[in-house]
Design a protein around this ligand. Structure first.
Ligand code: MIC
Ligand code: SF4
Length: 643
């Protein structure tokens, strides 16, 4: 039987387990990336493992999330990451050099290699034919140390593209279309492989927009073949030698095939507050817009920016609209500047922001009260923009420009003719903002620079054989890690300070949670389906751990978060019958006896001591996961293994 592209890469990197859907496999990881918001933790964890030098082919530490430096905290964290990178063999991409996923695609991604990153949008690398996964910081730390990365062998979904996009319809609309079809849960447990004749009309940055947003489907990752288009991109980056051709076998078998005819697509828009809440732009025409933001790891490539500049050229934006543009990398910004496109952008009245995540993670540019913001980003979760009552819509750069010019949601087709964009044959290559690590002999004497913002890792608690704790919080379906541990300008500087962060835990759902959890001492959280979707931030596990959460019971979990919970020693369990979710309420006293035997048998009985009801729970832990939970955390378990 033939293999899919993903199965071929998995096979070449398999160091444990069998490639049977649903079973745990261990993969050798070639490259890692971190960003600063998750990086400080990941490097503290790497340090705790006591390994001198990374054992990957390439590890890169990016600074792109917290670049405001509104106090000493961010700057201290940057210095810490820079010094630890230099000492341990990691390349350091300075603040201003760009968003991790964009820069990694440009400068480091290699088709056929495996990559894990402490950021959920690491699958962006699939645009260049990498098998790239978002992971918790601790998993990345282990991979840097040469350890395997564990995933559940996914199913394979193929999206077969035919036809060609019409003018003003873009790769972003393809992403929104697949979200409309599959929803934010539709990719769970699957790798999405893109193929068909239609992919020949998509450049690498367009493919990367699509694999980037595959994260919003809950997919394990997404991938495109590596073909002549990939080779052209690598050649333009001066890296043709990195090219490897990759395609699936003609008789490869997929669990599901979805057909999309590109020529039938229309400009689409995701409405508040979920990326799968998709309708046509046309259907919302006339809606007043206050703010437009263009950028993020989804839509900040040179191609996107050149299109934006061409559409803005000679025009000015509506006085009522505020427009921000963040190019994805220093390479993109300097090329915009060289060809004069930056002048067209500035002349339109746009505010050009740093090459960083910026407004996407609520670091500035929050909308006005109840404001309508159209963004080319990948997430529009409630509150993420920094304005609690803002209404955030996700769109393509073309639709974003149309709104900035007219002041209302407008089908970009009405902008007239799409200007022809000439892409340069070669990109401007300047790696001066990437600092190489110190040679081994020099590295051992280097000091790691720590600021007072870096606090210790929370204490872990080995799972006990019997648990008795209060249900302190019950939440609904599709709870994101932005609900559990919000980001934004006020909190993001404290990503290495768990005690400080804990005051904001679940703030979007219930501001009283931190106090109540602390008072309870030990506690249980209950959630609906797809609990923990979104960001890879392990803080969404570490902070609840700090507040005393020992068990989370849901209808179902999102992939990265469930791994982060186990890594933190919090036991994730699911209701055998989802309807039993209704049999518990906040304040109930819950207990589980025979936890260890239950881990082995795959089922446990939850006793609701308040009502006297007994509820069946299920779990399916691997031997490794059981050992982590019994040790109290992946870190403790790794320590046990090393000893
Ligand atoms: C995000 O887009 O939510 C982030 C910020 O990039 C996160 C990582 C983080 O929380 O630091 C992600 O996607 O994993
Ligand atoms: Fe940065 Fe936004 Fe991309 Fe996350 S989704 S990596 S915050 S640009």
């Amino acid at each position: 039987m033939g293999l899919t592209i993903a199965q071929k890469i998995i096979k070449a990197h398999l160091i444990g387990g069998e490639m049977t859907v649903g079973s745990e496999i261990a993969l050798k990881i070639d490259q890692t990336l971190t960003q600063d918001a998750t990086g400080t933790m990941a490097y503290l964890e790497f340090e705790a493992m006591g390994i001198d030098r990374v054992r990957t082919e390439r590890s890169v530490a990016y600074i792109d999330h917290n670049t405001l430096q509104s106090g000493f905290e961010n700057a201290d964290d940057h210095r810490f990451i820079q010094s630890i990178a230099k000492k341990h063999g990691i390349y350091f991409s300075r603040p201003g050099n760009g968003i991790c996923h964009q820069v990694h695609l440009e400068r480091f991604g290699i088709p056929g290699k495996t990559l894990i990153g402490s950021d959920s949008h690491t699958p962006t690398g699939g645009g260049i034919g990498m098998l790239a996964f978002g992971a918790g910081g601790l998993d990345v730390a282990v991979a840097m140390g040469g350890g395997a990365y564990y995933i559940t062998m996914p199913k394979m979904i193929k999206v077969n593209l035919t036809g060609k996009l019409r003018p003003f319809v873009t790769a972003k609309d393809v992403s929104l279309e697949i979200l409309r079809i599959l929803s934010v849960k539709g990719g769970v447990g699957s790798i999405i492989e893109w193929g068909g004749e239609g992919i020949k009309t998509l450049s690498v940055p367009e493919r990367a927009t699509i694999t980037n947003m595959g994260t919003e489907l809950g997919a394990t990752t997404s991938i495109f073949p590596s073909d002549e288009i990939t080779r052209d991109f690598l050649r333009a980056e001066g890296r043709e030698a990195d090219f490897v051709a990759l395609e699936s076998d003609a008789d490869a078998v997929y669990d599901r095939v979805i057909d999309i005819d590109l020529s039938t697509l229309k400009p689409l828009i995701a409405c508040p507050h979920s990326p799968d809440n998709v309708v046509t732009v046309e259907s919302l025409k006339g809606t007043k817009v206050d703010q437009v933001c263009i950028g993020s790891c989804t839509n900040s490539s040179l191609l996107d920016m050149l299109k934006v500049a061409a559409l803005l050229k000679g025009k000015t934006i509506k006085p009522e609209v505020s427009l921000s543009i963040s190019p994805g990398s220093k390479q993109v910004l300097s090329m915009l500047s060289e060809c004069g496109a930056l002048t067209d952008i500035l002349a339109s009245g746009a505010r050009v922001l740093e090459c960083a995540c910026g407004p996407c993670i609520g670091m500035g540019f929050s909308p006005n009260s109840a404001g309508v913001s159209l963004r080319t980003f990948n997430r529009n979760f409630e509150g993420r923009s920094g304005t609690a009552d803002a209404k955030v819509y996700l769109v393509s750069p073309e639709t974003a420009v149309a709104a900035a010019l007219t002041g209302e949601i407008t089908d970009p087709i009405l902008l007239g003719e799409m200007p022809k964009i000439e892409m340069p044959k070669a990109f401007r290559i300047d790696d001066s903002a990437v600092i190489a690590p110190a040679p081994v002999e020099e590295a051992k004497d280097l000091e790691i620079l720590r600021g007072p913002n870096i606090k210790k890792f929370p204490d872990c608690h080995p799972q006990e054989d019997a648990i008795r704790a209060e249900l302190v919080l019950k939440v609904g379906d599709n709870i994101t890690t932005d609900h559990i541990m919000p980001a934004g300008a006020k909190i993001l500087p404290y990503r290495s300070n768990i005690p400080f962060l804990s005051q904001y835990c679940f703030g979007v759902c219930d501001k009283t949670f931190p106090e109540r959890a602390k008072a309870a001492g030990k506690s249980i959280v209950v959630g609906g389906s797809n609990y923990g979707q979104g960001s890879s931030r392990e803080h969404a596990a570490l902070v609840p751990l700090y507040l005393g959460v020992r068990v989370v019971i849901t209808k179902s979990f999102a992939r990265i978060h469930v791994a982060n919970l186990i890594n933190a020693g919090i036991m994730p369990l699911t209701f055998a019958d989802p309807a039993d979710y209704d049999k518990v309420k906040e304040g109930d006293m819950l207990s589980i006896d025979g936890v260890w035997a239950g881990m082995d048998s795959g089922s446990m009985t939850l006793c609701n001591e308040t009502t006297g009801e007994k509820i069946a729970l299920v779990c399916s832990f691997t031997e490794r996961q059981k050992a982590i939970l019994k040790a109290g955390s992946l870190l403790a378990y790794t320590g046990e293994q090393l000893n």
